[in-house]
Design a protein around this ligand. Structure first.
Ligand code: 5GP
Length: 265
């Protein structure tokens, strides 16, 4: 299938649709009435989808932001569950009507996060988990700086390649491209607040859950019990400054140098 190519996405964050209030999370950090945004990015094959599925099953009042995409459905994917699968023409129309908080081209297809999802989450008092690529994450963070950003890394290149080959969803050429892009994506780790190296799924679920609980506590107030303290400690250990050194061997396996001063927030 020929990759869809809507008009070039602006590098700047898009504005809110006319007549619709700009997402006010940045203006009211910590406000209990605003949903928290959790941005999760990872190179393809990092096991992010499984991790995200598990987190959504475990954590109450957390919704998945279902993106629009021009990519055709894969395997058992269902329209309106994993994505809204739309044509290039429909995607273009939505760009023109400012329907997207952000959109980006990934692997030759277009993906976009709809404003309407944020508004719906706000109405229902739910927090939102955005599974978006590094370009989309940068755009959302520019618009909503208080969003929580989490980078999921594979334990090494070999494991990523193994996972990509064994899921058998992509033709060889697409897989080669995913592997090449993984090196570029992984170099963006320092733009994220938290790092989770996805080696054992159970550990990663625990870490991600601890990060989400800790960020929620920052809004609602910290729990004083021992399990709350342990969760906060686990979340702290995932902060980029604390965990970047653990990523050094992962980066090396992708041929990426760790920036000495690039430790972000
Ligand atoms: P896949 O086609 O494998 O489901 O996703 C490919 C990539 O697109 C993943 O890195 C995923 O996080 C990203 N992605 C999914 N939805 C969006 C979106 O709405 N915006 C952006 N920028 N990236 C997205």
């Amino acid at each position: 299938m020929t990759p869809a190519t809507p008009p070039a996405a602006s590098a700047a964050a898009p504005s809110a649709p006319s007549g619709q209030p700009a997402f006010s999370h940045a203006a009211a950090p910590g406000s209990a009435s605003e949903p928290l945004l959790f941005i999760v990015s990872a190179p393809s094959g990092s096991g992010k989808s499984t991790l995200v599925r598990e987190i959504l099953r475990l954590i109450p009042d957390l919704e998945f932001s279902i993106s629009y995409t021009t990519r055709p459905p894969r395997g058992s994917e269902v329209n309106g569950r994993e994505y809204f699968f739309i044509s290039r023409e429909e995607f273009e129309k939505r760009i023109q009507s400012d329907a997207f908080l952000e959109y980006a081209e990934v692997f030759g297809y277009w993906y976009g996060t709809a404003w309407s999802f944020l508004e719906d989450a706000r109405r229902r008092g739910r927090d939102l988990l955005l599974d978006i690529d590094v370009q989309g994450a940068a755009k959302v963070l520019a618009r909503c700086p208080v969003a929580t950003s989490i980078f999921i890394a594979p334990p090494n290149r070999e494991t990523l390649e193994w996972r990509l080959r064994h899921r058998g969803q992509d033709p060889e050429a697409v897989m080669e491209r995913r592997l090449r892009d993984a090196s570029r994506e992984i170099a963006a780790y320092n733009k994220y607040q938290y790092l989770v190296i996805n080696d054992r799924l159970e550990d990663s679920v625990e870490r991600l859950a601890a990060i989400i609980a800790t960020e929620r506590e920052a809004r609602m107030g910290a729990s004083a019990d021992e399990s709350g303290r342990q969760r906060r400690e686990l979340a702290r250990s995932c902060r980029q400054k604390e965990s970047a050194q653990l990523l050094a061997p992962v980066l090396r396996s992708f041929g990426v140098e760790m920036e000495v001063d690039g430790q972000g927030s």
